[in-house]
Design a protein around this ligand. Structure first.
Ligand code: URA
Length: 434
């Protein structure tokens, strides 16, 4: 067997055997398969697809490319959470301490930004001192001692996914059901949780642009979960406009802190509460939707979720004085208002374009080696359905490069569609797939 034959087979739309998938995953992880060969195969998979068996084999091989974390020493059902990605998606920053504040342990391994979407690890690292790259024993100790830890994929967990994920990002092969399902489920299997809640985002700011594709991805991940003995529930959520208002690393951390203090944008509230509800259900700590949501709200109102966030950040070296006084976070040099030129109702805000503009300002990476500028991004001041009048501010651009501001402003205005007729809002929670 050799990699050229495997690439040629997928290029010619043929089915790969388990042995061939294993050969590729092992070879790429240990460096025997070159980047350009892996890129060719991933592109062939992207274009020609994989059947269910191939996707399952790819997932299992990627999960087995490193260690499988054993969480049994925690003596509890651990429920994990993952999102398929979005724009302004700061849900994990809020959800993990919130769930932990309810007495449910959270061991969360997150990713970096991918394509036009942001990544939780990049957001966490915008908090001075916070260390996302800790050893596995420290990770488990943190979960044991304070009930929560959030880290990056630096441990030897699904290293094949780590390489393939970065490769996909650099060759425009992200938005593909086989590749997303195997990427997410390999990480979740490797990180040891028995139960998994997945936020499957749908819309212009997600990799799944319509509900049917969102459902397909959800069903695929649930099926893989079954085969691996991991109960999985998917919540399909609307990502047709940015979630909440802030897009950009520090800006999103600040929005998450404000949320935990009770200042909750409605769409973000619905996503956090629904995912939290299912995490409580799967942990076996409560089966009633209304009661669960009351518990969640009370831990926001009584400050327990916010206190847990501070504890989690401090426990991993983060400077909590920034959390307690958000004015300490470094701000972008320029904050520019974006005003509309017409009257009407906002019909749509293309979230992918907003994500790309935030990346262009420096909030995300174009190349793997790009350094992120934590302070830049966009704060929306408008939502779909809102009535606006000429001269109203619809967004603020936070930039460090003055020359980019006019271009971003122009593109931002083009991506906010305003018409005379009222626009009904799309439901934030689209459906639950179990
Ligand atoms: N998140 C992941 O972990 N992998 C993907 O492929 C997409 C989103």
């Amino acid at each position: 067997m050799n990699i050229l034959e495997i690439i040629a087979k997928k290029r010619d739309k043929k089915e790969l055997t388990r042995e061939e998938i294993q050969y590729f995953v092992k070879g790429y992880t240990n460096g025997e398969v070159e980047d350009y060969q892996a890129a060719a195969l991933v592109m062939a998979i992207y274009l020609n697809g994989m059947n269910d068996r191939e996707i399952t084999d790819l997932t299992i091989e990627m999960a087995n490319s490193g260690e499988i974390l054993d969480l049994s020493s925690l003596n509890e059902t651990i429920v994990d959470k993952h999102s398929t990605g979005g724009v302004g998606d700061k849900v994990s920053l809020i959800l993990c301490p919130l769930i932990s504040s309810l007495g449910i342990k959270v061991a969360k391994m997150s990713g970096r930004g991918l394509g036009f979407t942001g990544g939780t690890v990049d957001k966490l690292e915008s908090i001075p001192g916070y260390n996302t790259q800790i050893q596995m024993n420290e990770f488990l100790e943190n979960v044991k001692n304070i009930g929560v830890s959030m880290i990056s994929q630096t441990l030897n967990l699904a290293p094949a996914d780590k390489k393939i994920y970065a490769l996909r990002d650099s060759i425009s092969c992200v938005d593909n059901i086989a590749l997303i399902a195997s990427s997410i489920m390999s990480k979740k299997i490797a990180s040891g949780a028995e139960k998994i809640v997945l936020d499957v985002t749908v819309g212009s700011g997600a990799f799944m642009k319509n509900v049917e594709d969102g459902r397909k991805l959800a069903r695929k991940m649930i099926e893989i979960g079954k085969l691996a003995n991991r109960e999985t529930v998917c919540v399909l959520t609307n990502m047709d406009e940015p979630l909440g208002y802030a897009i950009g690393n520090t800006l999103e951390v600040i929005e998450a802190i404000n949320f935990l203090k009770g200042n909750m944008p409605e769409d973000l509230r619905q996503v956090v509460f629904e995912l939290a509800n299912y995490m409580i259900k799967l942990s076996g700590k409560g089966n009633d939707d209304t009661q669960n949501k009351e518990l969640i709200l009370s831990n926001i109102k009584n400050g327990k979720a916010y206190e847990k966030f501070i504890e989690m950040i401090g426990n991993q070296g983060g400077d909590i004085s920034y959390i307690k006084d958000i004015s300490k976070f470094e701000k972008a040099k320029y904050i520019e208002q974006v005003k509309v030129n017409e009257n009407g109702y906002i019909q749509s805000i293309n979230a992918q374009t907003i994500g790309q503009l935030a990346c262009y300002l420096g909030a995300g990476r174009i190349k793997k080696s790009d350094k992120i500028d934590n302070s830049v991004g966009i704060i929306m001041n408008s939502k779909v359905g809102q009535k606006v009048c000429q001269g109203d501010i619809v967004a603020y651009i936070h930039a460090n490069d003055k020359e980019k501001i006019e271009e971003v402003k122009e593109k931002l205005l083009q991506t906010i569609l305003i018409e005379d007729k009222p626009k009904e809002k799309i439901d934030t929670i689209i459906e639950i797939v179990k």
